[in-house]
Design a protein around this ligand. Structure first.
Ligand SMILES: Cc1ncc(COP(=O)(O)O)c(C=O)c1O
Length: 319
């Protein structure tokens, strides 16, 4: 007899985003006037830089932004993303390889949807951002956690990846800088992991959303910069949320080889269509405009980072 379930079993199994849940609680307490500082969501507390807001304000007055636009994103924005990707990830891509999404979160979701078949395994360096396992499960994949603790600076090694690899391994999730640990893989470590993936025909989903927020002179190396041949096997995920203090604007993107991007574009054409045109115009100003405010925010985060580390290290038993 078929089971008569009132709601979908698959959706019923999803856990609510823990980060958003804690964040909502913190915001509710703040609204009551309680002195709460939330570290739940990765959300800059700065206002979006003025020139970005101004570009969006102008866009609101222009009727061409009132209509549906291409589901994959405005051509001018995809040009700006291509230039940013060359600048920061060392990869030359054509705008046709880019899809603008409703935040990096949609890019993560769509990446797993287009790559996974039922039972495919995804290696997830742990600790991880809570959305990943849910997005994998929703695509009928199986998350395989590989733990990297403080003793290894929260970075997985090729030996660990090899030990976790099975004939069902389809994707490695690579997040550098990492949420939640902040770990940044060195160029050598990135190259070794990229070469391992290439050797075994394993896709990499590389979440680069924290790429511009690094400290102490460290630069995050993109996996496609370290191993250029991986460009055919990598989907880059990124967005404006963290770098430009634009979390609420909901604008991210995915970049990849033609077949994966075509599949994701088809999916998005039925799911959400184009991202809000006003937000897209703001993102063009963010990517093409003055990067001074980004550096000012980064320096402020650095001061806070050093303060909190120094204070926490004063707590006995806390490292
Ligand atoms: C590692 C990581 N990737 C992607 C995202 C998605 O960001 P958004 O959907 O706001 O662009 C987040 C947000 O917290 C994140 O921490």
């Amino acid at each position: 007899m078929t089971e008569n379930l009132r709601l979908s079993k698959k959706i019923g199994a999803i856990a609510e985003s823990a980060t958003l849940k804690v964040d909502a609680k913190a915001k509710a307490l703040q609204a009551e006037g309680r002195p709460v500082i939330s570290y739940a969501a990765g959300e800059p507390n700065f206002a979006t830089p003025e020139h970005i807001v101004e570009a969006a304000s102008q866009a609101m007055l222009d009727p061409k932004n009132y209509r549906y636009t291409q589901a994959i994103g405005l051509p001018e924005l995809r040009e700006a993303i291509a230039a940013k990707t060359l600048r920061d990830s060392g990869l030359e891509v054509s705008p046709a390889q880019i899809i603008v999404t409703n935040g990096g979160k949609q890019a993560v979701y769509q990446s797993f949807q287009v790559l996974l078949n039922p039972g495919d395994e995804v290696i997830v360096p742990t600790p991880f951002w809570t959305t990943y396992p849910e997005a994998i499960t929703l695509a009928d994949g199986v998350p395989v956690n590989v733990f990297a603790g403080a003793d290894q600076e929260y970075k997985v090694t090729v030996e660990q990846l090899e030990a976790a690899r099975t004939e069902r391994t389809k994707v490695l999730l690579f997040v550098s800088p990492s949420n939640p640990t902040g770990a940044v893989y060195s160029p050598e470590e990135t190259r070794a992991i990229g070469e391992w993936a290439l050797q075994h025909g394993i896709w990499v989903i590389s979440d680069e959303i924290y790429q511009n927020l690094t400290y102490d002179g460290v630069k995050a190396t993109s996996i496609v910069e370290a191993v250029p041949a991986m460009a055919d096997w990598t989907i880059l995920v990124n967005g404006v949320a963290k770098t430009y203090a634009m979390t609420g604007w909901r604008l991210g993107w995915m970049i990849g080889p033609a077949d994966a991007i075509k599949a994701a574009a088809n999916l998005q054409s039925h799911l959400t269509s184009n991202v809000n045109n006003v937000a897209q115009r703001g993102a063009i100003a963010a990517l093409n405009g003055d990067q001074g405010p980004v550096e000012a925010m980064r320096q402020a985060f650095d001061v806070r980072r050093k303060t909190i580390i120094a204070e926490l290290n004063k707590v006995r038993g806390f490292h």
